[in-house]
Write a protein of this length. Structure first.
Length: 313
C-alpha cells in the first residue's frame, strides 16, 4: 500500500538507444493522423525535470553535478538497459536518496518480440520483476521505445505492431503476477513532427489503456526555426485522441546550432502550457551534441525548470 501511495504522491496522476533520430534526413510529409484535441489532463503536482547522461547507472555523481550546476532539483534519472541486463537496484537506491526516481528504457535488441510474448523469456522477466518488487520504491519502465521509427529491430518496418503489443502486454502481466506494483509503465513513441518516412503514426502500437500508465514522446531541436509546437504538436494531438493518460517528454535535447538556451526555455514553456508531466533532457553526445555545457545553458535550464516546477511566471 505504501508503494502505491508513493507513486500516486509523486505523479499526482494515475500510475505504467535509438540514439536520437537524425532529423537532418530528407523531410517528407508526416504520416501522422491529425485528430481533434482532447482536453489536456492537468499534471499535478507541478511538472518535473529529469536527465539522461553518461555515467548512469554506474553512479549518481553525474546527477548531483548536473543539478548543482543548474541550481535545480531533478526528479527522474533515465538509463538504457539491454535485454538480460538486471535491474540496477544499487543505482536506484542511491537515486532515491536524492529523491530521484529511476526511469529504465529496456531495449529488446537480440531477442524477438514473439519470444517475449510466448513466454520464452519469462525467466529473465520474472527475475527482473522480483528485483523491482524487492527494491520497493517507484520505478518507471519503458519497453521498446520509439517503436514507430524504423531504426530498431522491434520497430516500424522490422517487426509487426501486433507482435510488439503482445510482448508489451505479456511483460506487464508478468510483473503484475510477481506483484511488482511499484512500476509506472511508460509507453514511449518518436515524435512524428519531423515528417520523414522513417517515422509512422504510433496508434498501431498502442497496447491499451489497462497496460499503460504514462505516455512518452521523444523529439529533438535541430534547427533555430523549430518550436515546441512544431516539434511535438502533431504527436501531442494524436496521443490525446488515443488516450487520456498523462504525457511525458521522455527524451529531448537541443544543439547549440539550434539555439540551445532559447530552446530550453521554449521546451519548459511548452511542457507547462500543455500540462505535461515534465521532461527528460538527453545530456549526451550522440549523432548530435545535446549536452548542456555552458554557464548560460545551465542557468537557462535551472531557471526554466524552477519556474515550471514551482508554478512561477
Amino acid at each position: 500500500m505504501f508503494v502505491v501511495l508513493a507513486i500516486a504522491a509523486f505523479a499526482g496522476v494515475k500510475v505504467g538507444m535509438r540514439a536520437e533520430h537524425d532529423s537532418s534526413s530528407v523531410r517528407r510529409l508526416t504520416t501522422a493522423v491529425i485528430r481533434p484535441v482532447r482536453a489536456a489532463p492537468r499534471a499535478d503536482p507541478a511538472p518535473f525535470a529529469g536527465v539522461y547522461m553518461a555515467g548512469l547507472p554506474d553512479s549518481v555523481a553525474p546527477l548531483e553535478a548536473f543539478a548543482s550546476r543548474a541550481g535545480t532539483k531533478l526528479r527522474l534519472a533515465m538509463y538504457y538497459s539491454s535485454w538480460h541486463e538486471p535491474f540496477q537496484a544499487a543505482f536506484a537506491s542511491a537515486a532515491s536518496q536524492l529523491h530521484i526516481m529511476p526511469l529504465v528504457r529496456i531495449q529488446p535488441a537480440g531477442v524477438s518480440l514473439t519470444e517475449i510474448a510466448d513466454g520464452s523469456q519469462d525467466g529473465y522477466l520474472v527475475s527482473y520483476a522480483d528485483a523491482v518488487r524487492r527494491y520497493g520504491h517507484p520505478v518507471v519502465l519503458s519497453f521498446g521505445s520509439e517503436m514507430n521509427g524504423d531504426w530498431y529491430s522491434w520497430g516500424y518496418r522490422s517487426a509487426r505492431p501486433s507482435d510488439f503489443i503482445a510482448a508489451w502486454r505479456h511483460i506487464v502481466s508478468v510483473f503484475r503476477a510477481q506483484q511488482a506494483d511499484n512500476v509506472t509503465w511508460l509507453w514511449t513513441v518518436e515524435s512524428v513532427s519531423a515528417g520523414d518516412a522513417a517515422v509512422a503514426n504510433p496508434d498501431a502500437w498502442w497496447p491499451g489503456g489497462t497496460y499503460v500508465t504514462w505516455v512518452g514522446m521523444d523529439g529533438y531541436y535541430y534547427r533555430p526555426d523549430e518550436t515546441f509546437s512544431t516539434l511535438f504538436g502533431p504527436t501531442l494531438t494524436d496521443l490525446r485522441a488515443l488516450t487520456g493518460d498523462p504525457i511525458l517528454v521522455a527524451a529531448t535535447g537541443a544543439t547549440s546550432q539550434a539555439g540551445q538556451v532559447a530552446k530550453i526555455a521554449d521546451l519548459f514553456a511548452g511542457v507547462r502550457t500543455d500540462h505535461l508531466l515534465g521532461l527528460v533532457w538527453l545530456d549526451a553526445n550522440g549523432s548530435h551534441d545535446w549536452r548542456i555545457d555552458t554557464p548560460a545553458a545551465f542557468a537557462a535550464f535551472g531557471r526554466a525548470a524552477d519556474q515550471v516546477t514551482s508554478g512561477g511566471p
